[in-house]
Design a binder for this molecule. Sequence first.
Ligand code: ATP
Ligand code: MG
Length: 398
Amino acid sequence: MRYQAFLIKYAEIAIKGKNRYLFEDALVHQITCALHRAEGVFKVYKTRGRIHVEAESEYDYEETLDILTKVFGITAICPVVVLEDEGVEGLRGKVVEYLGKIYPDRVSGDQKYTFKVNTRRARKNFPLDSMETSASVGEAVLDAYPAMKVDVHEPELMINIEIREKIYLYSESIKGACGMPVGTGGKAMALLSGGIDSPVAAYMIAKRGVTIEAVYFHAPPYTSERAKQKVVDLAALVSKYAGNMKLHVVNFTDIQMMIYDKCPHDELTIIMRRYMMRIAEMIAKEEGCLSLVTGESIGQVASQTMQSLQVTNEVCTLPVFRPLIGFDKQEIVEVAERINTYETSILPYEDCCTIWVAKHPVTKPSLNIIKKHENHLKDGVDQLVKEALETREIIEIS
Ligand code: ATP
Ligand code: MG
């Protein structure tokens, strides 16, 4: 007996009242899309309060679980055995057989193994009610396996039976990614660099159901093809959770050079950051995004002091979400390791921000002074911004 199906549980989305079906449909869609990456053919569909994934071909169990544990909106994944209704006797026999196959050492071991049977009867024409079914199946288990013992309060093993059109039997529950299904929370434009922070920030916003697009600023030939590939790779890692994603690659070289030529060097980073935000917002609006996302965290570097954040933020009209704002670096690293972006993020390729960075960048920029110096760019910068937008490369990450 091997698992041919999974029962998908979800919590937060079940409380959305009248909109519940929208959330369920989004989750079905996200699971379907995610499983396109897996070997095998799957059927994904919903019934009351549950989503079912059924394998319709050979499939790789570990790979499928790995994919399902990255779909936001799922609280638990239960590998399930689907049984035809063969009456009470049939069910008792199947449960005994199931336990023998899945837990051979425990059910026949020397140590006591406590269990409880938990039945839900959604189809009322089954001959016994829920309590009676649990009692009858429990009796069969006790008869078959002397090591097994009932404990209704703290069982080591919960044997779940759901009687619907078919009968579902499961005892394992694997923790899901939680959050909300992507596609239920609008769309955001994430500024994705090759660093540790921004992929984590994009992941966190996607977790709340938000569809993510990303923008990366590069400065060839000062930044290499490898540095760009690293960002493409990071976007692909984030998309294992966030789903398919558009990555806009913007050539920032001419704008950066112009700022370098015309503005004080200690203000280079902050002025550059303002242009990144402006361009990101323009693309965001074109693409129907309702917010921007960055990996900034207060005080991490000179461009992330409260004063610098205020000056950077000033150019945006869309809300800018900074989910890492109160995180320490170590806390960010922990998430990056968990979602598997860390190893890629620490590859030592140059970043366009660091190339001409000043020895002593301003840490408390004044908005008026920055604006005054930005005025030095007025002959030509708008044209460069227009060109940067028009020549951007769009990469579909899936
Ligand atoms: P990260 O680890 O995300 O690169 P960081 O600590 O290096 O962050 P900064 O370089 O100051 O911080 O950048 C702050 C934020 O600005 C980044 O988290 C990212 O959202 C955005 N950003 C920085 N550089 C780029 C870039 N080249 N392309 C796109 N976004 C960028
Ligand atoms: Mg960076």
